[in-house]
Design a protein around this ligand. Sequence first.
Ligand code: PA5
Length: 437
Amino acid sequence: RDITLDYSNVLDFISQLEMARLEETVNLYHRMLHNGTGAGSDFLGWLDLPNSYDQEEFERVKAAAEDIRKKAGVFLVVGIGGSYLGARAAIEMLGHCFYNEVPGDKRRGPKIYFVGQNVSSLYINSLLEVIEGQDICVNVISKSGTTTEPALVFRILKEYMDNKYGRVEAGKRIYATTDKSKGALRLLSEQEGYETFVVPDNIGGRYSVLTSVGLLPMAVAGIDLNEVMRGAQVAAKDLGVSSLNDNMCYQYAALRNILYDKGKTIEVLVNYESSLFYLGEWFKQLFGESEGKDGKGIFPASLNFTTDLHSMGQYIQDGRRNLFETVINIESSHNDIVIKKIKGDMDGLNYLEGKTISFVNKKAMEGTIAAHVEGGVPNLIINVPDIAAYYFGYLVYFFEKACAMSGYLLGVNPFNQPGVEAYKKNMFKLLGKPKGE
Ligand code: PA5
């Protein structure tokens, strides 16, 4: 079965004519994207990646992952932004909900911890405390090779690994994913003999999850990379057509922009499965960094239902009417739990006897969508048949291409991120970083 987009709950808020008006423009931007004539065209490597990825590197990633799975009890993934969120989204979505807590013999790989995504000594020290005494491998990921947060943490981890194993053995346990020739991490890797993987020049951080950046951590977690890439390949084919009528990622992009023009300036990505939490974080980075510029852009948010219905649910239902929701609906259920009758019916739930937990979750979703639409919040639904590697690959490509089209429709370059430099400039000044370094 396929992933589908259902926008019937948006039709009360927009007219078909508004969609039809965008047909020509979408066509034009499709050609710009595929011919590489639009803004940011140096960063279109993700577009054909599912069909043109480096097979030799792909096999090397799998072999390194096998090696890591054999020799490590703990695998540390060091990175931030696009060098962090995609891998985490995949591992959380596709793995056990309590992955690190599963006993070693039943877990599909070593324990996995992410670090380098903040500058908290509390976080780093707590991590060092929990990994003490265990066998460790590290994957340090940075396209530029110079990003402060992961570089700083890696400096600490390198010392830790060198002390624990000696430089030579540490060098065999550290894997670096970075630019093919530039940057401090490339130089250091060559000097220390780390096995390296490449972030292609023409793929920006937030579009890099299907490169070694995301693939190595995924493979270490036991995720089937062939299935991830197969999903992305099918998506590239399905979503490769230019017509708005036949291309659901262009429909999604068009609808977002129509809603934005009507004052719906906040998009909330909603899930009903806790394992999709980091997919929401990845989505926010992809769209926030791609579209939030030149004084424009939908503000991407994410919520986890039903949990957040007991917090932000009030705002969504009743607050300022400047938002719309995109619901990820996972259609299947696994390990379902049947609700039993209890004597005395003290909790008043016997009316659910014979129903399943997933059934209740579905009814919560249907009831929420109806209530929110009624309350003035347009709802888009992305139906995903199952939680599986194939669908993860498909979803990644769907969102990446939708984001590119949406950015073009908004009139921005979806592949740059000039705004993230401002905090760095101030921070470096405050830290006294020597000029030119
Ligand atoms: O999407 C982006 O370009 C950023 O979020 C980067 O991924 C992030 O800043 C990390 O950069 P690097 O991989 O160079 O360390």
